[in-house]
Design a protein around this ligand. Structure first.
Ligand code: PLP
Length: 824
């Protein structure tokens, strides 16, 4: 049900007539695009042609609003927000655009008249997978919320030719294939061949003194690459506002060295082009080689420099003077990847606009802010000084100067404390001199935020404790959120309709969803809720059968863990408990088991051996369990390949149980947890990341929490915990480990999991043995609740109702007020 926003206060007959007119118009628009924009006749058009024509017709309906909002922003001199992110995990856009325009029914009917099925047409759009996981998806949700709240802004990133790899499972192992989202043209974007910036690398710096005695640095770079802009309009709910996502593509200034080509060196003639274009070729080039690491640094500088040049130019055009930059622009750095912005903005202000150091520094700190996404030391970027100096010599100079000013302040506040100085320095002297990019982002920002209450707390106490002592007002918390338009309205239209009938337009006002609590004892409502869940599970069962050939029963509990495969996320804990359950069912088949389908999906980084082995284990367990007649009907295990946004949109509405079981203290926030609860799944989780705040919002009785808390994990690690003793005391766990290490699930290679299990016996960094018993106990409690459907459904209602606060509209409104100082 779409709101009748276009024609309020009309009679049903009038509305019907209006709808029919709109359908006629859209039909004509689609046919016109198909003919003139795609060059095809309806009779010859493929599904993809129809998608292109429909997308182009929808895009037309966004442009006027976009240009009007842009004119208004300029005319009123409004402050703009620039969101810099190396990742935007967007997924498909067609239903985003059409449903935010309030035109879903119109397009569906128009296409139906043309003999095209809207659902199949949507499936013809490739996912824009310009991100790895949660961090990139957060950027995409934030773009949509900024447009919905009418905050003028733009996203800045890289237009990768190839996004995240396509995962293919062969014989249980992950294989990576390049993904080709641009191969059939991207109808959403506008190429801006006139918006080009020069990006420089390498060379040397000449330090001169002007006749008036001031020091000047002149960078003589050795290489120039061009950044070309591509804009995608992002439309907010009910077409209130449209913002651009501006992505940069790299190209060489000269496509070919003609002399070399004519000499017969056809490959060498294009080598400069290949080197330049490599920058926007792939998302996250492998960092296993020095060349890969250098490319990553080039990517980061490339998109930061282009974005800053672009926004500085816009500011000068609109306001004439760079001193007012902090008043009129807020730049958010999504993680440390864009942290070179601190030095690049200093360079632009000082070298290119002749500013003094201290006034430039005030502008930088006043404009920038930084979001930290992880406490894992290996994920906090740092660059070897020699590499950095070779790629960005002028920036290294600037960073040294920033560091010396910063250390002066530190020395004043904490005199004679060399450990403190070493810890807050931008240079890590311990590991062969490296630049700490997290520190740089911190020092150059007026606000640094964590992404959940617990994470922010740990940031203050761990990675940034010393910087926090120096700048105690800078760290703030902004708990993540997700956009309900995509993760409820579009992905789960049935549930969305029920929620809207009960609560009104929860998409304009997230606080309204709380009203759903009033329906927790309304048995008619609970029936309708269960029917929607059932329909979504039937649909997912069909997808499972089509993709992996496994038949699952939609009346079983769908127990779901979907996310990147990582040891700290503990898919292994879930798999080991699955084995325990399998063993228990076999030895006690007549107990009152709750039939379950365990569904896993997720990609492992291509170089992450252990994560890839965990995928293989999931597939080995699935084969063994699914083939065993002794458990048939009580337990099925499924690994769905190629997890991405579109697959998430298909799985999440069908979830009964959401697995959020990371080692406490290690998941910064999680957003999958929010999406699943919003769609009526109950959570089994540790007291980690945003799970903590989910507890507060849904009530302790409506969530299954188990395991060590973050401080207990830390204490355990500090005293050196002893997994052997725990395993010896937990026969069920010992049996699981033995069966896996003896090859019960890998008869073709009995030693396959020997090392993996030895890791748990010997060190168990991720605390699987410590949490195993309480996890298994929580699962059996979940079985009991499953057997009382009314209780289960009531809990589902409280979960959906409790998710309002996790709308990314709430998150963005907080950023706007506390960090960006822009009105909402
Ligand atoms: C939401 C989302 C994530 C993040 O999931 P977590 O469970 O928070 O790690 C990753 N990938 C995709 C495709 C998503 O939609």
């Amino acid at each position: 049900m779409e709101p009748a926003i276009k024609f309020p206060h009309r009679s049903p007959e009038k509305m019907k007539a209006q709808h029919e007119q709109a359908v006629t118009d859209i039909k004509a628009a689609i046919i016109s695009k198909l003919t003139l924009g795609v060059g095809k006749d309806a009779a010859q058009a493929t599904e993809r042609d129809w998608f292109l024509a429909t997308a182009l017709a929808a895009r037309d309906r966004v442009i006027h609003r976009w240009l009007a909002e842009e004119r208004a922003t300029r005319a009123e001199g409004r402050k703009r927000v620039y969101y810099l992110s190396l990742e935007f995990l967007i997924g498909r856009l067609i239903s985003d655009v059409i449903s935010n325009l309030g035109l879903t029914d119109v397009f569906r009917d128009a296409l139906g008249d043309l003999g095209v099925d809207f659902n199949r047409l949507q499936a013809a759009e490739p996912d824009a997978a310009l991100g790895n996981g949660g961090l990139g998806r957060l950027a995409a949700c934030f773009m949509e919320s900024m447009a919905t709240l009418g905050i003028p802004g733009s996203g800045y990133g890289i237009r990768y030719d190839h996004g995240l790899f396509r995962q293919v499972i062969k014989d249980g192992w992950q294989h990576e294939y390049p993904e080709n989202w641009l191969s059939f043209r991207n109808p959403w974007e506008f190429a801006r061949p006139e918006v080009i910036y020069d990006i420089h690398f390498g060379g040397r710096v000449e330090n001169t003194t002007t006749p008036r005695g001031t020091q000047r640095a002149v960078w003589h770079p050795e290489e120039r690459v061009e950044a070309v802009a591509f804009d995608t309009p992002i439309v907010g709910w009910q077409d209130r506002h449209v913002n651009p996502l501006r992505l940069w593509s790299a190209r060489a200034p000269d496509p070919l060295r003609l002399d070399a080509f004519n000499r017969g060196d056809h490959v060498g003639a294009a080598s400069a082009q290949a080197r330049a274009e490599a920058i926007s070729k792939v998302l996250y080039p492998s960092d296993e080689t020095p060349a890969g690491r250098e490319l990553r640094l080039r990517q980061e500088y490339f998109f930061v420099s282009a974005s800053l040049q672009d926004l500085v130019q816009r500011h000068l055009r609109d306001f004439g003077d760079l001193h007012s930059l902090p008043l009129n622009a807020a730049i958010q750095l999504n993680d440390t990847h864009p942290s070179i912005a601190v030095a690049e903005l200093m360079r632009i202000l000082i070298d290119l606009h002749g500013m003094e150091w201290s006034e430039a520094w005030q502008i930088v700190v006043g404009t920038l802010s930084y979001t930290n996404h992880t406490l894992l030391p290996e994920a906090l970027e740092s660059w070897p000084v020699p590499l950095f100096e070779r790629v960005l010599p002028r920036h290294l100079q600037i960073i040294y100067r920033i560091n010396s000013e910063h250390l002066k302040v530190a020395e004043e506040k904490f005199p004679d404390d060399s450990d403190f100085l070493a810890s807050v320095s931008l240079i890590d002297e311990h590991h062969g001199r490296r630049l700490r990019m997290g520190h740089l982002a911190f020092i150059g920002s007026h606000r640094i935020n964590g992404v959940s209450g617990l994470h922010t707390d740990l940031m203050r106490k761990t990675v940034f404790s010393d910087l926090h002592a120096l700048y105690p007002d800078r760290i703030v918390n902004k708990t993540n959120g997700v956009t309900f338009r995509r993760w409820l309205n579009q992905s789960n239209p049935g549930l969305s309709k029920l929620v809207r009938e009960a609560c009104g337009d929860v998409y304009s006002d997230w606080t309204r969803i709380k009203k759903l609590d009033e329906y927790a004892n309304d048995s008619a409502f609970l029936e309708k809720l269960a029917a929607e869940k059932r329909a979504n599970k039937v649909a997912l069962a069909k997808v499972i059968r089509e993709r992996v050939g496994i038949v699952v029963d939609p009346s079983a509990m769908f127990d779901i863990q979907i996310k990147r495969i990582h040891e700290y996320k503990r898919q292994l804990l879930n798999l080991m408990e699955t084995v325990a359950l399998y063993n228990a069912i076999r030895s006690n088949p007549n107990r009152n088991w709750a039939p379950r389908v365990k569904i896993f999906a997720g990609k492992a980084a291509a170089s992450y051996k252990t994560a890839k082995l965990i995928i293989k284990l999931a597939n080995d367990i699935a084969r063994t369990v699914n083939d065993d007649p002794a458990v048939r009907g009580l337990l099925k295990v499924v690994f769905l390949p190629n997890y991405n946004v579109s697959l998430a949109e298909c799985i999440i509405p069908a979830a009964d149980l959401s697995e959020q079981i990371s080692t406490a203290g290690m998941e910064a926030s999680g957003t999958g947890n929010m999406k699943l609860a919003l769609n009526g799944a109950l959570t089994v989780g540790t007291y980690d990341g945003a799970n903590v705040e989910m507890c507060d919002n849904v009530g302790d009785d409506n969530i299954f929490i188990f395991g060590l808390h973050a401080h207990e994990v830390e204490e355990c690690r500090a005293i050196g915990h002893n997994p052997g003793a725990i395993i010896a005391k937990t026969p069920m766990l010992a049996e699981v480990i033995e069966s896996i290490e003896q090859g019960v699930f890998s008869p073709d290679d009995k030693s396959r999991y020997g090392e993996l299990m030895a890791g748990i016996r010997n060190s168990d960094y991720y605390m699987i043995s410590n949490d195993f018993a309480s996890y298994a106990e929580a699962q059996r409690k979940i079985d009991q609740v499953w057997h009382t459907p009314d209780v289960w459904r009531r809990m589902c209602v409280h979960n959906i109702a409790g998710m309002g606060w996790f709308s990314s509209d709430r998150t963005i409104a907080e950023y706007a007020e506390d960090i960006w100082s822009v009105p909402v």
